[in-house]
Design a protein around this ligand. Structure first.
Ligand SMILES: [Zn+2]
Length: 232
């Protein structure tokens, strides 16, 4: 067979393959679209899929679980969501979530009011409380400095922290932020800011995995890190 006709056959086979692949992609797409549920159930799946840590399959599983759950159980969930949206607010002093401001920690006279532990999120307060190593107060920043996500120091609960330190009995501030890039940048920013005051500034000791998250640290590791904090 001539070289030219062999090349023609190869090109024809190639274009047939491309056409087949295109048809295959379109067929898959149509199949996926057809697989979407109708109306309310799909809206519920989409709502769950937006939640952190829940993928499309998990969202589908929860939606169908609720579909089969008793009216009492599903109403309990609806009420819990409505109640949390209605009642939960941020403490005017520390920024933690609470039902009444000041929160129970800020209002507790048995706590050590000379120490403030600065954390990123309310869930970090719970992580430190679980260590049972700490009896001081907290300050929740509501995030960390993250230029990539356009989070600047002015977006965080820092001004209130500075305000809190004026005319107060606070002698030490513990910077307990996550040991990742953003947490380190925020620790550095705050330690520089607080170096202008007479207050002792400490941070959690090593022992936590780099790039990790306080939420997932076990109590012993977090407790040791807290006990071994050092000045910056
Ligand atoms: Zn508070």
């Amino acid at each position: 067979m001539a070289v030219q006709s062999q090349a023609k056959m190869r090109n024809r086979a190639k274009s047939t393959n491309q056409r087949n692949r295109k048809h295959c992609i379109i067929a898959n797409l149509m199949e996926t679209m057809a697989l979407a549920y109708d109306g309310a159930i799909q809206r519920l799946i989409d709502a769950f899929a937006h939640l952190p840590g829940i993928g499309p399959k998990g969202a589908q599983r929860i939606a169908f679980y609720l579909l089969n759950a008793s009216d009492e159980e599903s109403q309990g969930l609806i009420d819990a969501i409505a109640e949390v949206k209605e009642k939960i607010r941020f403490c005017d002093i520390c920024g933690n979530v609470c039902e009444t401001s000041p929160c129970p920690v800020c209002a507790d006279p048995r706590r050590d009011h000379s120490v403030i532990c600065v954390v990123e999120e309310p869930k970090d307060v719970m992580s430190i409380e679980r260590t049972r190593e700490y009896r001081g107060l907290y300050h929740v920043l509501g995030g960390v400095i993250n230029p990539m996500a356009n989070v600047q120091p002015s977006d965080l609960n820092i001004a209130k922290l500075i305000e809190r330190l004026k005319d107060s009995e606070v002698t030490e501030v513990i910077l307990a932020l996550n040991p990742n890039v953003e947490g380190e940048a925020t620790t550095s920013f705050l330690s520089q800011l607080l170096s202008q005051t007479d207050i002792k500034v400490t941070r959690l000791a090593s022992g936590l995995p780099v790039g990790g998250d306080l939420e997932y640290a076990d109590e012993i590791t977090l407790g040791r890190a807290l006990a071994g904090r050092r000045a910056v």
